[in-house]
Write a protein that binds this ligand. Structure first.
Ligand code: CMC
Length: 378
């Protein structure tokens, strides 16, 4: 029998062959289908990037227009989904609401035709189109308001911000939000993508695939870190408090949220872009004292932990960007999910193309040949 070495967290073990994205963690490079993230952030849009990831090539003008058109016309959610969401507790986390709602979509589209390209396209369109509507609807309903209908004359990101805030967004804010979605859409074999691929490998429906990935994204070691970064900056409260705060965390071996990465050993290229976007927002809409605190945190952490390869990751500056847009902290991770759904769907499609069910092994470290003890003798 082959003996395999157990690697906690499967570190360094390939779980799939994939041509969707690539990370060089030493050089700080991220590419989607071979194109550098910096170039996509500058020149592309979220929907164009989603198309690139899912279908493997940049779309022609006509292909992009057709995709945008389909998304635009599938943004509404069924009133039964809305009613179901209305009955969710207002105090519940929006990630849980999103997971339940994404899974509920599967109840309405139960036909599973995984070898049919039209089915794949319909599912991709429906999920990318409706997830933002579900996030915005829950936000309004938990405040006691009725959800706002999507607006067909607004593009993807502007429409989401409109549905969330019940007013048309500033064009710079909408553009920056769209870039944030590009930065979050895909990132090789992270925990939620792995989860999506495992679920996909059972040949279940794409709604179950996305629901399981949403559940995985929510944890504080993954997408949930962006919320915790803001909580940490608020707790620090002032630039002077940064050094003692960080030193205390390091001393008790606690994790500093928004720092560190399994793959990157330098500053995450997405963090650099997000920091720049945050600065653009501060220049237009006014400074944020938490940005000064964040920069000092970065300086101190680099001084103390840079030699271990601990630098800001994607979650460190994203929260400051969303905060400046007036977005509540507990929506940061659902916004991550709005973007990442396209990456998960690209992996779903890739997994189906050469599927084999995931069924890893384990290293058993329990007992053998134990006799059953009757309950009255225990
Ligand atoms: N603060 C302080 N020390 C850290 C940190 C951190 N944020 N991250 C890693 N380390 C240290 C860790 O203590 C360990 O040190 P030692 O070898 O002395 O015991 C070493 O670095 C390796 O850490 P690890 O936890 O084994 O690394 P990992 O690859 O298992 O974990 C990580 C990666 C992202 C879970 C981890 O860096 C972390 O928990 N970061 C904080 C949470 C966070 O920001 N998550 C967002 C991740 S990026 C985007 C996303 O996935 O959503």
């Amino acid at each position: 029998m082959m003996v395999c070495e157990y690697k906690p967290g499967l570190e360094g073990i390939p779980a799939a062959q994939s041509s969707i994205s690539y990370v060089d963690g030493q050089k700080g490079i991220l590419e989607y289908r071979g194109i550098r993230i910096e170039e996509l952030a500058e020149k592309s849009t979220f929907l164009e990037t989603a198309y690139l990831l899912i279908w493997g090539e940049l779309p022609s003008k006509e292909e992009l227009e057709a995709f945008e058109h389909e998304i635009r016309h599938h943004r509404r959610i069924k009133y039964r989904i809305r009613d179901m969401m209305k009955s969710f507790p207002e105090s519940g986390h929006p990630m849980d609401a999103l997971q339940a709602s994404a899974a509920a979509l599967g109840l309405f589209y139960s036909l599973r035709d995984l070898h049919n390209p039209a089915y794949i396209r319909d599912s991709v369109v429906r999920l990318i189109a409706t997830i933002p509507t579900m996030v915005a609807a829950f936000q309004l309903m938990r405040k006691g308001n009725d959800p706002v209908r999507p607006r067909d004359d607004l593009d993807y990101s502007a429409n989401f911000l409109y549905m969330l805030n019940e007013q048309e967004p500033d064009p710079l804010a909408a553009k920056i939000f769209d870039i944030c979605l590009i930065l979050h859409v895909e990132h090789t074999m992270n925990a939620s993508t792995f989860s999506a691929r495992v679920t996909a490998s059972t040949l279940t429906d794409p709604y179950a695939v996305v629901a399981s990935a949403v559940g995985t994204l929510g944890g504080p070691l993954h997408g949930g870190a962006n919320e915790e970064v803001i909580q940490m900056l608020e707790e620090i409260g002032s630039v002077e408090n940064v050094r003692p705060y960080v030193e205390e965390l390091i001393q008790r071996k606690a994790k500093i949220m928004g720092f560190g990465h399994r793959v990157y050993k330098v500053k995450d290229p997405r963090a650099t872009i997000l920091q720049n976007l945050a600065e653009q927002l501060f220049a237009k809409f006014g400074a944020d004292k938490y940005y000064d605190i964040a920069q000092e945190v970065e300086r101190v952490v680099e001084e103390k932990l840079g030699s271990k390869g601990i630098y800001p990751n994607v979650d460190f500056y994203s929260g400051l960007v969303y905060r400046k847009m007036g977005i509540p902290t507990d929506l940061f991770t659902p916004i991550f999910a709005i973007a990442r759904v396209a990456g998960w769907l690209a992996h779903w499609k890739e997994q189906l193309a050469e599927n084999r069910i995931f069924r890893p092994t384990q290293v058993y470290n329990g007992k053998h040949d134990i006799t059953y003890t009757p309950i009255d003798q225990r």
